[in-house]
Design a protein around this ligand. Structure first.
Ligand code: SF4
Length: 664
């Protein structure tokens, strides 16, 4: 980069934008198969201008844009500390393993970066010390993994620099890891912990605090917002990647979660500090009573305080208060590890008391419901709307760049941003969807809510998979539909069909990628974050438009708030975003080609269809199976085959004919 172009913290928007695009062009020229991507340069310029002007940016960048370099380069050149929050592990690994090391090597401007994870990802020295010390016989006896596994973990703890669970050669049994780690609710903090000076989690925080770029997951950023900014180091710029998941993740982390497990954990912690079996038994019984009373409400929203639930929570609060008062009576300098255990007990008990208070006083702006987590019912309370939290904790504090391959129109407004505070931009995609992909809607199938749909959908899917010669990722909106389709199609097809249950996720993706004849049937976890370029994937089939369930409590509350606009502001954006994510699995490189088949006729007939179609990549469209079959057969013979002309009737845009079936 020309030294005259070197920007400083005081550079204005045009200056930083010029430097960012020049630098980006220079560094991407060093990538294998280097090519100029106008969308990437436009995004880098927009990010630079936003940072220099301290104005928020919402940018949709389609697959293949190279958006991570487009935000990292201007953020680094700006000289400000940036936190990048991502929703998926894949993207976090890509940033930490590829993009940031690449930039560190090739940028003229030196910078440092760090990954920061939630506390329970790091081994807790204090817990390990207690567990391997004298007097832990009872705890050790309760560990299914046994002493040998604990000793292996202790040996690793002595030689690892990170203490990060992900750096272990083999995944430890969950019960062992939970015995040697702590969550934020329990850790008293380095200054009050005897092992604070050698704490892995604290060291990771210190490294992050000294770094120019910090990569975190969106849950940790949500926790940072929920705790009033107590989790992450001070930063001036936040980049939220995969921002289409922001609302959901922030709702989950901003709320309270209460189940029997928290009482049994507190009882366990109490036993190690206070020699009072009655107190420990009372805590266990309080948790059991809570589980029993919540079980009656499982899957339901609590619209008003339920007297029985309230009574159990009030009693439970008294038991926690008794445990806290007994713990306070133990001297802080009690011998052995009792002092440290006492601090954690006080921390966990105080947090539990705060959460019990929160569920006893649910505000009108919150929603409470009961759902099953693992084997236990859990009471959740979450804010209906996260815009206020985002306005105060995020947009009011740092310049924010929100980006994703899919950000439907209206996203900025829903998150509380206005034209006065944010720039909204779509930089498109470098792929030529009009020649690479065909969108087929099976408009002749029955409505997906009608009884005949499943059989007709199986017929349709069988014909398409056969034409593709396997090579199919079939995405379903329910597990029931996935299993039924897999069972039926296995009897009809000569090519293998895997479901998501057959192998661990990565093994499934590897098998699918390496065997072109294999088809993979999966549900929600595979609609996003799956990247399979090449001829193994020629057909993405989607059974239904992914509208959320009508009884999801949080969305139900949002619908009530939106009243007549509910479908447009709650259901449609969610279904559109998820559908676009699913569709986005097909074209992952300039040479990919294939068909997206949507078996839900509403994409061709419903009155809201264009609001969905406009958000999808600009593919050719057809309603005729023969067009899709012809293209799939051509691709089977030649993966580079050009998209044949679609039938004249088929060239018609979805929705020109047919009645609107109305709301889903
Ligand atoms: S501060 Fe102490 S209790 Fe907290 S994670 Fe570190 S070692 Fe464990």
């Amino acid at each position: 980069m020309d030294p005259d172009q070197t920007p400083s913290r005081d550079s204005g928007p045009p200056e930083l934008a010029r430097a960012a695009t020049a630098t980006l062009s220079a560094v991407t020229a060093r990538l294998p198969g280097a090519e100029q991507r106008p969308g990437q340069l436009a995004m880098a310029a927009a990010v630079a201008e936003a940072i220099a002007a301290e104005r928020h940016l919402v940018v949709q960048a389609g697959t293949g844009t190279g958006k991570s370099l487009a935000y990292l380069v201007p953020a680094i050149l700006s000289g400000r500390r940036v936190v990048v929050a991502t929703a998926t592990r894949t993207l976090q690994d890509q940033l930490a393993g590829n993009d940031l090391p690449f930039l560190a090597e090739h940028l003229d401007r030196p910078f440092s970066f760090a990954i920061l994870k939630g506390r329970s990802n790091y081994l807790c020295h204090q817990r390990l010390r207690e567990l391997t010390g004298e007097g832990a016989q009872q705890e050790l006896a309760g560990l299914v993994a046994g002493r040998a596994a604990l000793e292996r973990l202790a040996a690793w703890a002595a030689r690892t620099h990170s203490g990060d669970r992900a750096d272990l050669d083999e995944e430890p049994p969950p019960s062992l890891w939970s015995a040697v780690s702590v969550g934020p609710r329990e850790c008293p903090g380095a200054t009050r912990c005897p092992s604070g000076e050698i704490c892995f989690a604290e060291r990771a925080r210190a490294r992050a605090a000294a770094s120019d770029v910090v990569v975190v997951n969106l849950h940790l950023y949500g926790l940072h917002l929920a705790t009033g900014g107590a989790v992450l180091p001070h930063h001036e710029v936040a980049v939220i990647d995969e921002a289409h998941q922001l609302e959901e993740v922030i709702s989950a982390t901003a709320g309270v979660e209460l189940g029997a497990g928290r009482f049994s954990a507190l009882a366990h912690a109490t036993r190690a500090v206070v020699a009072d079996d009655t107190l420990v038994g009372d805590l266990d019984r309080a948790g059991a009573r809570l589980a029993s009373v919540l079980a009656d409400h499982e899957g339901r929203r609590l619209r008003r305080p339920d007297p029985e639930v309230t009574e159990v929570i009030v009693q439970a609060r008294e038991q926690v208060a008794a445990a806290l008062s007994a713990a306070r009576a133990v001297p802080a300098d009690a011998p052995g590890d009792v002092g440290a255990r006492r601090m954690r007990l006080l921390q966990a008990g105080t947090t539990l008391t705060e959460d019990l208070d929160a569920v006893l006083d649910v505000a009108p702006s919150e929603v409470a419901w009961v759902e099953r987590v693992g084997t236990q019912p859990v009471l959740r309370v979450a804010p209906v709307d996260v815009a206020e939290l985002l306005a105060e904790g995020l947009f009011g504090q740092v310049t924010t760049v929100l980006t994703s391959a899919t950000l439907p129109p209206g996203t900025a407004g829903r998150l509380g941003l206005t034209a006065a505070t944010a720039t909204v931009l779509d930089v498109g995609s470098p792929f030529d969807f009009a020649t690479q992909a065909l969108l087929y809607c099976a408009a002749h199938l029955p409505d997906p809510r009608s009884p005949g749909f499943d059989d007709a959908a199986h017929d349709e899917l069988a014909a398409l998979v056969e034409a593709a010669g396997g090579r199919t990722l079939a995405l379903f909106t329910s597990r029931r539909a996935m299993l039924a389709a897999a069972e039926e199609l296995r009897t009809r097809l000569d090519t293998p069909v895997l479901t998501q249950d057959d192998l661990p996720r990565q093994a499934l993706i590897d098998t699918f990628s390496s065997d072109e004849a294999t088809s993979l049937f999966a549900t929600m976890g595979f609609w996003q974050g799956v990247d399979i370029p090449g001829p193994s994937l020629s057909l993405v089939a989607i059974d239904r438009l992914p509208f959320p369930r009508p009884d999801e409590p949080l969305l139900q509350a949002r619908r009530e708030r939106a009243r007549a606009d509910a479908f447009r502001v709650v259901d449609l954006p969610r279904a559109t975003t998820l559908l676009a994510q699913g569709v986005g699995r097909l074209i992952r490189s300039r040479t990919d080609r294939g068909v997206v088949a949507v078996l839900d006729r509403r994409l061709a007939t419903a009155r809201y269809r264009w609001e969905i179609v406009r958000v999808l990549p600009p593919m050719r469209r057809t309603r005729h199976r023969e067009d899709a079959v012809a293209f799939l057969r051509a691709l089977r013979a030649d993966p580079d085959a050009a998209l044949p002309p679609v039938s004249s009737r088929g060239a018609a845009a979805p929705g020109r004919a047919g009645p609107s079936p109305g709301r889903p």
